[in-house]
Structures are given as C-alpha cells and as structure tokens.
Design a protein around this ligand. Sequence first.
Ligand code: ATP
Ligand code: MG
Length: 368
Amino acid sequence: MQINNLYLENFRNYSSQYINFDPTCNVICGENAQGKTNLLEAIICLSTGKSPRTRGDQELTRFGNIGYQIQGHIFTRGRDFISKIESLSNRKKKIFVNKVSVKNFSELSQTLNTIFFCPEDLQLIKEGAAARRHFMDVSLCQLRPNYASALTEYSKLHEHKLRILRDQTDRPDLLQTLPDFNKRLAETGAVLIHYRARFARCLSEYAEITHQECSGGKEKLEILYKTVNTITDPFEKQRVLIPQLEEHLRKHNTTELSSRQCLSGPHKDDLEVLLNGLPARSFASQGQTRTAALSMKLAAREIHREIIGEYPVLLLDDVLSELDPKRQEFVLNRINGGQVFITCCENDRLNQLLKGKVLTVKNGVITE
Ligand code: ATP
Ligand code: MG
C-alpha cells in the first residue's frame, strides 16, 4: 500500500501544493514550524477522515480561507485509487473515492491505512486508559468496518444514557428507558470486546518481539486486555458476552443512578502494559517508555499487514531524534517493507541513514 502523490489546497500552512512521493521512504526535512507535521496530518486525514490533532475542522483550513482540499493517488491491492476530502464553509465535509461521493469515513480506510507515531504517543504508556482505548479504536476502525459501526453506535448510546442519568431530576420519566439502553449497550459492547480481545492478543505477541530486539533481549513487554470484570473470557461468543455485560450493568444500576455516570461497560476498557512483569506506567524509564510505545505502534503495523495483506503507510513524526543511535538504527531496520514518512530537523543524520527521497519544507512550500 502506498500513496504516490498528494495535492493540498488551503490545508494548514499549505496554500497550493502538489507532491510526488517515493514508494519506500520519504524523509521530510525542515526547521521548526515549517509544515512537516501538517503534511503527515493531511495523509492521516486521507485515511481516517479525521485529524489526530484536532476535532474542529475549522483549524485545518489555512488562515483567512473558507475551506480546504486534500487529494491523493493511492496504490493498493494491485489497483489505483484517488481519495479526496473537500471541506467547504458551512457545509459538511465531502469525501470522494475514485470520484464517487461516499458517506462513511471507513470507505477511506478501505483504500488507505496509516500508523502514526509522534512524541505525544508516550501517553500510551504513561497516561490513563483513554489513550490506550483510542489506540485500539484507531486501528480497529481502519481494519474492521463492523467495529467502526459498533463503536459509533456504542458512543451514541453512551452519550444518550449519560444525558438521561444527568437530567433525572428534570425528566424522571426518561429513566424507564434505561433498561432498553442497557440492552443495546450490552449488544454493541460485546462486538467491541470481541475485536479488542483479539487485537490485544496479537499486539502483545508482536510488541514483545519488537521490544525485546530493541532492548537487546533484556526487556520483556506484555500487554493484557482489561475489560468488564463479569466477562469470564473475552474470546467467548457474543451470545455469552452479552448476558455477562448485562449482569454487570444490573449490578451497577443503583450506583449509576446516584453518581449520574455510566460506570459499567467497555468504554472503561484498558490495556495493561507490563515491562518485566511490572506496570510500565509506574516503573518504565523515559527510554523504556519510548521504546515500549514505539513497539506497540510497530506491532499494530504488523497486525494491519496480517489482516489486509500489505503494510499500512507508516508516519513517524519527530521520533528518532529522541532515541540513542543504537535504538535509532534498530528502528530504521525494522521499518523496511512498507512506505514510510519520517520527519526530521535539517542537518539531522537521518538524511544519511535513509534511502529514498528527501523533501524539504519551508514555510508551507515543499521542494525535492
Ligand atoms: P516542528 O518541527 O516544530 O514540529 P513542523 O514543521 O512540524 O514543526 P507544523 O506543526 O507542521 O510544524 O506547523 C507549521 C506551521 O503551520 C505552524 O507555524 C502553525 O502555526 C501553522 N499553522 C497551523 N495551522 C494553520 C492554519 N490553519 N493556517 C495557517 N497556518 C497554520
Ligand atoms: Mg512537527
């Protein structure tokens, strides 16, 4: 899978830019604040429909303009595709694949898959569960359309239930709808658990290998899927998972009403990351944290390859500069095989280490 070229119009600090890419490695070089991350962000938008940095589409439009456009030629499964996102003022975003308008973001993921790694991803190890759930969601939404639609439905149900719990003083009549909500939350929740359990198992296997190699065989990384505690085995069939989720919801009914919060369900799932048997969140050093987070991302890349049959596009933002030369070299050896975009500051030694194309960015203009 590769993106052969990209056209940006009024996206972030780019006014009108056409770029050809190398099918292997693209090094994006430039001083601070020139547009390196913005370029990666555009590629991610083309694969997920969303920016990893912001929720508001407004921010993506170049200052002083009213909309933006991203278009890319993608080669995957032996065929060429053209994906396009058009954001116009006061209108919803329009998405086209091969000039045909599509409604769903997941259609973009059928064409382009991406794995993004940036310095903020250290949160995967150090922060709360939300970062790790988001990590699973980003990959699974790209890989499994059923997961993407279950997640959308679950989030809507969750939001709606939360509103009912919060408004119970003004609208006590709505409380009678809660059993219906819980039933549907259990049904869609079971779909999430089904996919997450399998994803976490593969993730742990791949990440353990990568981390071990990267640490010179000294460290063992393990990842365990943590879900609702009435689930006896997350790999069970959904008809077994659903009543177990309902049981947990029933048990928490009174506390949910008094706290006015949704306390039960896979929206509280987590991945427990262990380093040599100890929780990485509390015990990992900075270097270990960085290596573990990168191992998780590279493991996700292997899962994508396993499922779709080819490597997704890997986007590494400002990552290697923080690793020592030994680990840098290890990473560079590891990322062979698929198309890679990697940003660096000018005069970085990456330029000499990597084969492929060097693109220089200066104030929103890219030159080869
Ligand atoms: P660094 O090395 O510091 O990470 P970078 O090259 O990755 O720098 P970007 O994050 O790509 O920098 O941002 C480049 C510039 O784009 C920033 O100065 C930012 O203020 C500007 N920028 C962000 N959004 C917009 C926008 N909507 N319109 C115009 N410029 C923008
Ligand atoms: Mg940047």
